[in-house]
Each structure stands twice: as structure tokens, then as C-alpha cells.
Design a protein around this ligand. Structure first.
Ligand SMILES: O=C(O)CCC(=O)C(=O)O
Length: 306
């Protein structure tokens, strides 16, 4: 049985979308959308290539993360390798490896890159925190929510990426770990025996190409597969609604610290405890689903628990 993730994320012309239309149809109802060509009018659109980054900042050392799909207990806080940036770019053009450059603060290293783009009208009025992501072919960004629960605009500049999305109200059925923003399921190899909640989830998929901007509303789960070596830029804006904003602050200032502390005391035992909570929440969500109460009782409340 295949996971129910076939629904495509709608694709719209980003260059002609007005702020009003975006607010009314996507931001307010918190619906994902691919905005094709949203960043097209800026120099970065053509200028930012692999060669450009190799030449302009190839000599810096970058911290790289393994995809750690196999080790779901680990979080992505500490890089597990370093390399010269140009060597890393050569590597990801050449071959699959599991090393990704995650939340790369490229503009700290080279602030003049900020002159290569502006923020499209539809994102104006919000906080923007730009980060870049680089990854090799076949690498996987395991399923997670962004810890600050922000609205995210993820623009692809090079290579294609497959993205699977789930709304935040599916968190329990996705076996979200408490004190964490990761899920323990693998959407590419769904194990229904161990994770029966997966029979009930409903997601969406899309493939991003050069110039596509994916709008991911606050708290949306995302699983990403790099189909080719490539890179993208994410711009974050404040979370939607008071609940999501508070959740973001609590994730960053409370949960993350508790998780760190408990991991340092007994990582294995703490992980087993978190898994047991995830399983018990999923069982409850399945019962609600089977009794027909899922929509009424779970919709919109999951993100505020834990
Ligand atoms: O594109 C990537 O490599 C990861 C993007 C991501 O996870 C994010 O923007 O939260």
C-alpha cells in the first residue's frame, strides 16, 4: 500500500501573483503552493551557479551534516565533517555522498550576496532570515517541522528536489517525537506494521526546479530528496497565528534545552521515552480517526501539545 502523498502541491506563476491573492489563497488559509519564477527578476536567479560559488567563496571551510536517516535519535546540531567549500561543490556535482550543507549562513561569509536579490512583494512586511542549503544527489532531508514554526519560502537555484509535505495536524499520525521537531517514520519506505498511523496520513508532493519557490506554511512537515546535486535559498517569516508563534518560542527556548539536557544525561533512555510518547499519541489519534472524531478534535490542536 502506497502512502497517500500523491496530491500535487498547486503550481502558480509567482511573477504575476499579487500580495492580495497570495494572502487570501495561501497565507491566510495556510496552504502550500509552488510559486514559479517568484525570484526571477533578481540578479541571483542567473548569477548564482555552482561555478559562481566556487569562484567567489570556494576557499572558506564549511561544516557538513550526514543525512543520518539511519539514526533517527540524532539531531542536526553539530556538523560531522568540514571541507573547503569549492571541494564540497565539486563533490556534490560529481557523486552522491550523504554530506549536506544545512542552514548555511552564506551571507555572514559574503554579505555582498544580499545585493543579488530583494524580497518579493508578497513576502514584504515580515521578518526575513535567509539561509542556503546545499546537497548531493540522492541525499535525504528527513521529515521535520521547522523549529521556529515560521512560514518558509524555499527557492531552488540549481538541481531538482522532491518534497513531500504534511499539514501540522498530522503530527501524531506521523509519530512526532516530543521535545523535538522530527518524525520517526520513513515516508519512502512506510512500515505500516510498526507505524499503523501511516495508513491514515494524507500528504502532498512536488518537484522543485530552478526558479521554483515552495511556500511552506507554519509547522508544515517536510521530507526532501535531492534528485540532483544542487542548492536553494530559504527565507523565513514569522509563524502564523498566536498559537504557532508561542509554539515556535517554546520549541526554541524550552523544548530544545530540555531535550539537550536529557540527551546529555542518558541519550538512549530519553530517546526510548520519546518514542513511547510518540507511539501512544499515534494510537490515540488512530482511535479518534476510527471513531470519526479526528477532524473535530485534532484539527489545529496537535502543534500546540507536547
Ligand atoms: O532544502 C533543504 O536542503 C532543506 C530545507 C529545509 O528543511 C527547510 O527549509 O526547513
Amino acid at each position: 500500500m502506497a502512502l497517500d502523498i500523491q496530491d500535487p502541491v498547486p503550481v502558480k506563476d509567482g511573477s504575476s501573483m499579487t500580495r492580495e491573492e497570495f494572502h487570501h489563497s495561501y497565507l491566510k488559509p495556510q496552504k502550500p503552493v509552488v510559486l514559479r519564477g517568484l525570484w526571477k527578476k533578481y540578479p541571483a536567479y542567473d548569477k548564482w551557479t555552482m561555478d559562481f560559488f566556487k569562484k567567489s567563496m570556494g576557499n572558506i571551510e564549511v561544516g557538513l551534516f550526514g543525512n543520518r536517516k539511519e539514526d533517527i535519535s540524532k539531531t542536526l546540531e553539530v556538523p560531522n565533517a568540514t571541507m573547503r567549500f569549492d571541494e564540497y561543490l565539486n563533490l556534490i556535482e560529481r557523486e552522491p555522498t550523504d554530506l549536506r550543507l544545512f542552514l548555511f549562513p552564506v551571507f555572514k561569509h559574503k554579505p555582498e550576496l544580499l545585493k543579488d536579490f530583494d524580497y518579493p512583494e508578497i513576502t514584504k512586511g515580515y521578518i526575513k532570515i535567509p539561509f542556503m542549503f546545499f546537497g548531493p544527489p540522492k541525499s535525504i532531508v528527513r521529515m521535520h517541522q521547522d523549529i521556529d514554526m515560521s512560514n518558509v519560502f524555499l527557492t531552488q537555484f540549481h538541481g531538482r528536489k522532491r518534497v513531500v509535505l504534511f499539514a501540522p495536524d498530522q503530527s501524531d499520525l506521523l509519530y512526532r517525537l516530543p521535545f523535538n521537531v522530527h518524525s520517526i517514520v520513513d515516508v519512502d519506505n512506510p512500515d505500516y506494521q510498526t507505524y499503523p498511523g501511516l495508513k491514515y496520513v494524507k500528504g502532498m508532493s512536488t518537484i522543485l526546479e530552478h526558479g521554483d519557490t515552495l511556500f511552506m506554511p507554519s509547522g508544515y512537515w517536510h521530507h526532501i530528496e535531492y534528485l540532483e546535486g544542487g542548492f536553494g535559498l530559504s527565507v523565513r517569516t514569522v509563524a502564523n497565528g498566536v498559537g504557532m508563534k508561542l509554539q515556535g518560542v517554546w520549541n526554541l527556548g524550552g523544548k530544545r534545552l530540555i531535550d539537550r539536557m536529557m540527551r546529555s544525561i542518558n541519550d538512549e533512555k530519553w530517546f526510548e521515552y520519546k518514542k513511547s510518547v510518540a507511539f501512544s499519541r499515534a494510537d490515540k489519534a488512530i482511535s479518534k480517526f476510527n471513531s470519526g472524531n479526528y477532524e473535530n478534535e485534532f484539527q489545529g490542536t496537535n502543534a500546540a501539545t507536547t
